[in-house]
Design a protein around this ligand. Structure first.
Ligand code: NSS
Length: 432
């Protein structure tokens, strides 16, 4: 009878040294010499070298087994400094569960084959790299939930089908909903705003969709959006919660995912350095900084990717830009009462990626909101329920949206956002 199955990581941690262990997983690499077959086996937890000697009854199974075949094996754990991970298993029994056909992804695929790996994402997810990224992604989600629960936010579930835009029509995905025209949500914000009148502090982690034609390292058409919204709060509360969340996630990830971060070759010291308070500059100061660096950007223009990157280089870590011109921000932004040209909106920027989060105070006066809606040429009837929120017990409130994939791309020094999500969707990519 086979022994109970253990995770490869348990063996690598030395917990089974000198003892018999049963593991199961997939053949990751295979190498053969005259007397020994070396099989590198992977499971969810790690990879380990296993060996079969010619005189072992499992030799013939080991000979026929192919890359990516699934197997279960039993053997004796030995410490071996030459083996990757420091331990290996001398196989005594090897059973093939599913014999793999010739695996299309072979070792040592270079840069030129990135396109090929993307076409074979369903198989490439088995790589060590994707395995490690997905583990960190899961931990970052855990820390996000831990943070909001610790701060007494209530998790809510917003709709994905929506009838009017949150972030402007140009990136809205339309769809036929029976005989009606509907859209896929760009942000849960407007719905979260409705929920604060019941629950006061709410958050969600949900997909957002953008018909984004940009082909950059930071754009997806479907991404996961971390969005809190809460009542009785101002811009200072907003930036404080935002920086607390960010440093909480970075510190816990640096501590709990050290091994993964190092194996991915990412810079862990950058995460450890994320401490509050973050620098804050106004939009007007940012414009001055850019013009001093030789950029030609006028007050009132929105920042482009290059502007944001240049600004972020100076700070070396996350920072806020706030108090934006009215004309470049969404209809729901609250205007500064002493200077209506400005709105209470803030972006958090990081090096290399630029904006990773946007938030602000929401217009809480019905009259001002109606003014903004007509100013931007939006149809009042599309926002009837949203305007209602200002009719019945309006309160000052704030919220923000943080893109999970932009966050991971920055945290893990990924070259492109598409590696931060298992099945990326971009303008050109929706398969597999
Ligand atoms: O459009 S945002 O700047 N703002 C909102 O949607 C607000 N309604 C959020 C809120 O206040 N609750 O998007 C917010 C963030 C942005 O900073 C990025 O991190 C991410 O959402 N985002 C994206 N990530 C990946 N791909 C695309 N295309 C994308 N667009 C936004």
């Amino acid at each position: 009878m086979l022994m109970p199955v253990v995770a490869i990581q348990t063996v690598l941690d030395g917990k089974k040294e000198g003892k018999s262990a049963t593991i199961r997983g997939w053949i990751y690499r295979k190498r053969e010499s005259k007397q020994t077959i070396f099989l590198i086996i992977r499971d969810a937890s790690g990879v380990i070298q296993c060996t079969v000697k010619r005189d072992n009854p499992s030799w013939s199974q080991a000979e026929k087994v192919t890359i990516e075949s699934s197997v279960v094996l039993e053997g004796i754990v030995k410490q071996d400094k030459r083996a990757p991970g420091g331990y290996e298993i001398a196989i005594e029994k090897l059973s093939v569960i599913g014999l793999a056909e010739t695996f299309p992804i072979t070792k040592g695929k270079g840069k030129e084959s990135e396109e090929f790996l993307r076409d074979n994402r369903h198989l490439w997810l088995r790589s060590r790299r994707m395995n490690l990224i997905m583990k960190v992604r899961s931990e970052v989600l855990r820390f996000t939930h831990d943070f909001f629960r610790k701060e007494d936010f209530i998790e809510v579930s917003p709709p994905m089908f929506i009838s009017s835009a949150c972030e402007g029509g140009s990136t809205l995905f339309g769809l036929k909903y029976f005989d009606k025209q509907l859209y896929l949500t760009q942000s849960a914000q407007l719905y979260l705003e409705a929920l604060i009148y019941s629950l006061e502090k709410v958050y969600c982690v949900a997909p957002s969709f953008r018909a984004e034609k940009s082909r950059t390292i930071r754009h997806l058409t479907e991404y996961w959006h971390i969005e809190p919204e809460w009542a009785f709060a101002d811009m200072d509360d907003l930036m404080r919660v935002e920086e607390d969340l960010m440093s909480y996630i970075c510190q816990r990830t640096a501590k709990n995912c050290k091994k993964e971060i190092e194996s991915l070759g990412a810079d862990i010291s950058k995460l450890k350095a994320v401490k509050t308070p973050f620098p804050r500059i106004t939009y007007t100061e940012a414009i001055e900084k850019l013009n001093a660096k030789g950029f030609k950007i006028k007050w009132g223009e929105d920042f482009g990717f290059e502007d944001e990157k240049a600004l972020a280089e100076e700070f070396g870590g996350p920072f806020f830009v706030y108090a934006y011109p009215r004309q470049i921000k969404a209809f729901y932004c609250k205007s500064h009462r002493d200077n209506p040209d400005l709105v209470m909106s803030t972006d958090m920027l990081v090096p290399r990626i630029g904006e990773i989060s946007t938030g602000g105070a929401r217009e809480d006066s019905k009259e001002e909101l109606l003014k903004r809606i007509s100013e931007l040429g939006l149809r009042e009837e599309d926002y009837r329920w949203y305007i209602d929120l200002r009719r019945y017990g309006t309160v000052p409130h704030v919220g923000f949206g943080l893109g999970l994939e932009r966050l991971l791309t920055w945290m893990l020094d990924l070259e492109n956002i598409i590696d931060s999500i298992p099945f990326p969707r971009t303008i050109r990519r929706f398969y597999p």
